[in-house]
Design a protein around this ligand. Structure first.
Ligand code: NAD
Ligand code: MG
Length: 344
């Protein structure tokens, strides 16, 4: 049975009485810290003191401490450092201060699901996983809305883990959109599957293959870019607003007939067989082991594949075409100005 929670279900008092530490001030960290603070909670941010974010946190009017000091002080500890760094942070700077009755929180279940972090039995372990990037968690909160989230309790030592987590979700604005009850396993496995097969891996491979097919057949790269990449957003927006049926209502009958008859030839039974294999690799820990090992040896394959991706011709033509459409990326931080997602 599915259970969804909304604002009326949250009991903020239980969390108002507690000290919250937000560890990390990246995509999710800045949004959680600022939203909770503005919702009236007692927030401190834990960072490596050499981090370039220290100044940002202070400018935002929040207290910043070392991760260890923040954990020593807090009753509720939310880990928002990168998943690949969490075990190290936990072992060295969290575990020594994780005394009985505290609540350890996550925004993604990876390290609990794959037994990288094994908290003691006398603490609460809960998750609030926003289903959207941190910058939207912040922006929608400021606009009076929120990003939906998943809630899960792995350990309930105090008997209050669920209430604490739900109040936390309320504080970041998620109960305005809906909070779905789940488990660490379901969240972790569906999240990895979604990003590998549909959202990130599936869609980028589809765009590149479509682009390559048109260009190899002699069509202009510009045509191929508009068709296979630019228009994707317009179609996805329609699906987001009205579902697949609503999207099909907006496209021409010719487009819809082509969609209905050709789509299943592209994403066919063979593709689903591969999807099931990928799901099995997630469930049995094969993917997690591979990713952990890749990190331990300094990410050579990850770096190499990322560079190959950057050199794909659809990237080059995209830079030229988007330069002519400045409104497309108005207000966004340019890829060239970011670290490219590497942990710093
Ligand atoms: P991020 O990379 O944006 O930010 C990480 C923060 O941790 C930064 O402040 C960084 O300076 C700091 N940091 C990096 N390495 C560190 C280390 N070794 N020790 C201490 N601090 C370190 O991370 P994020 O994307 O906000 O992800 C945080 C958590 O939220 C992850 O569990 C992730 O799965 C989850 N999550 C992220 C998103 C998203 O949209 N990005 C969505 C849902 C859940
Ligand atoms: Mg995800």
């Amino acid at each position: 049975m599915t259970t969804m929670y909304y604002e009326k279900d949250a009991k903020p008092e239980i969390l108002k009485a507690k000290k919250i530490a937000i560890l990390g001030y990246g995509s999710q960290g800045h949004a959680h810290a600022l939203n909770l603070h503005e919702s009236g909670y007692d927030v401190r941010v834990g960072l490596r003191m050499e981090s370039s974010s220290v100044e940002k946190v202070e400018e935002a009017g929040l207290r910043v401490l070392s991760i260890a000091d923040a954990c020593a002080e807090a009753d509720v500890i939310m880990i928002l450092v990168p998943d690949t760094e969490q075990k190290h942070t936990y072992d060295n700077e969290i575990a020594p201060y994780l005394t009985a009755g505290k609540c350890l929180m996550f925004a993604h279940g990876f390290n609990i699901r794959f037994n990288r972090i094994n908290p003691p039995a006398d603490v609460d372990v809960a998750m609030i996983a926003p289903k959207g990037p941190g910058h939207l968690v912040r922006r929608t909160y400021l606009e009076g809305g929120g990003v939906p989230a998943l809630i899960a309790v792995e350990q309930d030592a105090t008997g209050h883990a669920h209430d604490i987590a739900l109040a936390y979700a309320d504080g970041i604005g998620a109960t305005r959109a809906g909070v779905l009850e789940t488990t660490f396993s379901e969240e972790t496995e569906t999240d990895l599957f979604g990003e590998q097969v549909v959202l990130c891996g599936g869609v980028t491979a589809l765009v590149q293959a479509g682009y390559e097919t048109l260009v190899e057949a002699g069509y202009q790269p510009e045509s191929a870019y508009f068709e296979c990449l630019h228009e994707l957003k317009l179609i996805v927006d329609l699906m987001y607003e009205e579902g697949i049926t609503g999207m099909r209502y907006s496209i021409s009958d010719t487009a819809e007939y082509g969609d209905l008859t050709r789509g299943p030839r592209i994403i066919n039974e063979g593709v689903k067989v591969e999807m099931k294999k990928i799901l099995t690799e997630i469930q049995d820990g094969t993917f997690a082991d591979e990713w952990i090992k890749e990190n331990e040896i300094g990410r050579p394959r990850y770096r190499e594949l990322r560079e190959v991706g950057k050199r794909h011709p659809v990237e080059k033509i995209g830079i030229d075409l988007r330069a002519m459409m400045p409104f497309v990326s108005a207000g966004k931080q340019k890829v060239s100005e970011t670290s490219g997602g590497d942990t710093d």
